[in-house]
Design a binder for this molecule. Sequence first.
Ligand SMILES: O=C(O)CCC(=O)C(=O)O
Length: 289
Amino acid sequence: MRSISQDQINFYNEKGYLIVEDVLSQDEIKELGKITDNFVEKSKKITKHNEDFDLEPGHSKENPKLRRIKKPEKQHSIYKKTLMHPKILDVVEDLIGPNIRTLGGKLNMKAPGGGAQVEWHTDWAFYPHTNDDILEVGIPLDDMEIENGCLMAIPGSHKWEAISHHEDGVFVGAVSEKDFKMEDAVPFVLKAGSISLHHVRALHGSAPNMSNRPRRLLLQGYLAADAFPLQSNLSTSEDWNEWNSNMLRGESTNRPRLENVPVVFPQPKPEGAGSIFEIQENLKKSHYN
Ligand SMILES: O=C(O)CCC(=O)C(=O)O
């Protein structure tokens, strides 16, 4: 039985995003919030990005500005449980089919009073695959509104030709202003407990947090088992075992489904490129100021 209606599936196919309400319980949200607070506490001990954390400029022990917990599912069992949450997987299955791998997760945080924007981009620009049955689930740990920098997307943009995320021939992880109209953006205003899903080719971004509340958003990536990355090297048995350890439902396959999908390859990268935040710092003009 489906967990969402045919109308919701049609909406996702047409617009490239979907909001589903009341998927996680308030107890689950509270627990996620509590462990996330502990990670913010932990981040006070560091002064530079590391394997686990990405920091916003101005981060300090007194005023921690943890911008991202990387691969949270590898850092705490509660995040792992959320990545494998049956209710989330049921919705994902209705949209991309029964054979599902995960791309893993990230937890993006915007501190009150200015937590930084994410410039407009598609996830596809960072990781093109053999087909685009790939999506990202957004799980807000705080009510997400325009004031605290909610995620936004341009409806229908997942059907556009590939847009370059380059400037002066170098990958900057964001599109140019001329490529879209900000007034077409739909804000994902969500109560904590609800989820958003956006297609890998949907153009999306988010503004700085201008409120006095945090905006913490857990993002979890999922893909059809027959979508293979165009960039990755699955050459050894070890790579293959690791790849298959990301299967969450259904059957793995060694037969990539090759679709006629438009791609601009995300190379060359800027010097010292790390997270999306660092890559986007190379954009000459922010979409937000
Ligand atoms: O945190 C956000 O508002 C958007 C994040 C995003 O699009 C990304 O990390 O790729």
